[in-house]
Design a protein around this ligand. Sequence first.
Ligand SMILES: [Zn+2]
Ligand SMILES: [Zn+2]
Length: 141
Amino acid sequence: MKTILRGRCLCGSVRYECTADPGNASYCHCDDCKRATGGPYTVGVLARAADLRILSGQVKGYTSIADSGRRITREFCPNCGSPLFTRAEKLPDSVFLKAGSLDEPELVKPSCQTWTKRAVPWALIDEKLPSFPEGRLPGKE
Ligand SMILES: [Zn+2]
Ligand SMILES: [Zn+2]
């Protein structure tokens, strides 16, 4: 169910809110997400780009080419470096919110995990979740 999610970066200069369904979320174990977050995986909440409102501050983006050959832009706070959003060329009307940047990350309920062939053995997730060895977008077949 959609609700208003609020979040911010570590230093607090970037604050945002977004109407989104916190159950429309997925783990990504790909190597780029590992590097971009410094963690074993990232968790993204899929939202409509038009529903994201930056309340303060400005993000900086870094674009790279994903294994799919398409562009992925990761947006972060230029002051503290916190990863905040991911935008995929394949989904121009959508944005992924980094679950860890939310004020209430406990609301997020990932429904699947992607790129499990790159998962590290020390980051085990609920094995009952639908898992995909490579990329797959939540809510899409
Ligand atoms: Zn910041
Ligand atoms: Zn990834």
